[in-house]
Design a protein around this ligand. Structure first.
Ligand SMILES: Cc1cc2nc3c(=O)[nH]c(=O)nc-3n(C[C@H](O)[C@H](O)[C@H](O)COP(=O)(O)OP(=O)(O)OC[C@H]3O[C@@H](n4cnc5c(N)ncnc54)[C@H](O)[C@@H]3O)c2cc1C
Length: 497
């Protein structure tokens, strides 16, 4: 074996996965055809759930430093300047440490992740390496690569295709991306707009024009402009300077601007039939392709990596657990993509692009009213921040309790620390109520109401922060049994020092 894991594709998902594997002690080789990170902004926002994952893997601080962090997102109507939405992340302070949206162009995210991978001795990034295909057998996978030193065959126990929407890995395991392509085209462009706009405004949108016309902010004067293209306009005309000027003028008036980059896209809602075939897995755009609406695509991919990293690292050490761990990756991530990510992006896409103008104006007025309630703010922050998904049908989660399958809230403990800071990307036992446990654990004296638990209760939290089991009327035997199921016998129970 050249490495326990080979990752095909060093985009944001492949690079994050390599860092996650390293966090659990597993080495990987990342094969990436491009010598440099993508030049375009692409995915513009890193949501709270993804921030937390990258924090667990020691990758968050430099991203945070390079980006624009907003605790509150404010969208204004670009014609009337009236605020139509405020998303106040401080409403989820009690369940997330330092919540907000991190705005950072993907080009920078990739550059920083490459640097982190480059300085991690467990990650070997090989650029200029083009994967042409692979072949798997019972004990491993051969990967065929054309690189700077010619044609090569590398072998690993597992291969992960993080090679994007047109990747070769998915083709090699006989899968396709199935679903729909929306009957619309969208122009995206990055603009430097020379106008002073209050720093708290993060989006400008028009609701009095047919189709989508909006901009989100990266920096003081940098904006991502998005617009749908009417059917009668050709691709060429849609990208012509005149059409471009019109879009910027709709959003910023006559302010001088400079276009950094622009392109025309079709929007999809597609996923592979399976995310795992034998020893080969898919993650990120290779596994699912979503509308950029709601900024979920890259985030969902890094969340795939969070689910997969610990499982792959354990599987690499415990071959007999591998099939069960990989099966759970397939079930859990496909469920989240179809039930949560696709639903959210589909709703926002249809609202933004295909809704008739009057219906959209009515909906946005209603939304603006409803969203003022604190409870709705919390719900919105959890939803858009990607904190509220649930694994309902996983074979390794006992989902009878409503808390199981969800991310563990980041509660503040009595000593002032946060649960997830203490957990730091590792498995954890949480005890609440009158139960003495002679194993390392964190104690929550009184559980919050929303946990719906009656102490004494023990929770098992996985390295990805997901509650694997809620053990009511706990005993050591029941804890051991639940732990074995959660980790497919690949991780021994922690012992007290
Ligand atoms: C214009 C645009 C705007 C977008 N806007 C947003 C947004 O606002 N929000 C959002 O969340 N998402 C957005 N996305 C989507 C986001 O960019 C993707 O979801 C994200 O890049 C997926 O990351 P990935 O690592 O899975 O795949 P990719 O970023 O596609 O990375 C795949 C990598 O694999 C490499 N590769 C491919 N084939 C091979 C091979 N045979 N051998 C070796 N290497 C290979 C590629 O060079 C590439 O580096 C946008 C995408 C585009 C194109």
């Amino acid at each position: 074996m050249d490495a326990p894991v080979i990752i095909v594709g060093g985009g944001p998902v492949g690079l994050s996965l390599a860092l996650g594997l390293a966090r659990y002690g597993a080495a990987s080789i990342i094969l990436e055809r491009n010598r440099e990170p993508v030049p375009e902004s692409r995915a513009a926002v890193i949501w709270p759930r993804t921030q937390e994952i990258l924090r667990d893997w020691g990758a968050y601080a430099p991203l945070r430093q390079a980006g624009r962090f907003a605790r509150e997102l404010r969208g204004v109507n670009a014609r009337t300047q009236a605020t139509f939405v405020t998303i106040d992340f401080s409403t989820i302070d009690d369940v997330f440490d330092d919540p907000g949206a991190l705005m950072l162009p993907q080009s920078q995210t990739e550059r920083i992740l490459r640097e982190l991978v480059g300085s991690n001795p467990l990650c070997a990034l090989r650029t200029g390496a083009v994967v042409g295909g692979l072949a798997q057998d019972q004990s491993g996978v051969d990967v065929f690569v054309d690189g700077p030193s010619g044609h090569e065959r590398l072998r690993a126990s597992f291969v992960v295709g993080c090679d994007g929407a047109h990747g070769v890995v998915r083709q090699a395991i006989g899968l396709t991306l199935q679903g729909v392509t929306y009957d619309t085209r969208v122009v995206l462009s990055d603009e430097t707009v020379n106008v002073d706009i209050p720093p708290d405004i993060t989006a400008r949108v028009r609701f009095d024009l047919p189709g989508l016309r909006g901009a989100i902010r990266f920096g003081d004067r940098s904006w991502r402009v998005m617009a749908s293209v009417p059917k009668e306009i050709s691709d060429e005309d849609a990208l012509a300077p005149l059409a471009h000027r019109e879009r910027v003028r709709d959003l910023f008036g006559d302010a001088p601007y400079e276009t950094q980059w622009s392109s025309l896209f079709k929007i999809h809602r597609r996923h592979a039939q399976r995310f795992v075939v034998g020893r080969v897995m898919l993650a990120g755009d290779a596994a699912h392709l979503n509308s950029p609406a709601g900024g979920q695509g890259m985030n969902a991919g890094i969340q795939d990596a969070a689910n997969l990293a610990w499982k792959l690292a354990f599987a690499a050490r415990s071959e007999r657990s591998a099939a069960a761990l990989m099966e759970s990756y397939d079930r859990e991530r496909r469920e989240i993509i179809t039930d949560t990510v696709e639903r959210v992006t589909d709703r926002i896409t249809r609202f933004g692009i295909t809704f008739p103008m009057r219906a959209r104006q009515f909906a946005i007025r209603t939304f603006a009213r409803v969203i003022r309630a604190r409870g709705m703010q919390r719900k919105l922050c959890r939803g858009i921040g990607m904190l509220s998904g649930r694994y309902n049908t996983s074979p390794i989660i006992d989902a009878r309790h409503p808390l199981a399958g969800r991310r563990i809230d980041d509660l503040r403990l009595v000593d002032g620390s946060r649960i997830n800071a203490r957990r730091a990307g590792q498995a954890l036992l949480i005890v609440t109520g009158d139960f003495a446990l002679d194993l390392p654990h964190v104690r929550v004296p009184s559980p919050p109401k929303r946990w719906h638990v009656k102490p004494p209760v023990v929770l098992i939290v996985r390295p990805d922060g997901c509650v694997a089991a809620v053990i009511e009327r706990p005993s050591l035997e029941r804890i051991e049994a639940a732990w074995r199921r959660a980790f497919c016998d690949a991780l021994p129970l922690p012992v007290s020092a």
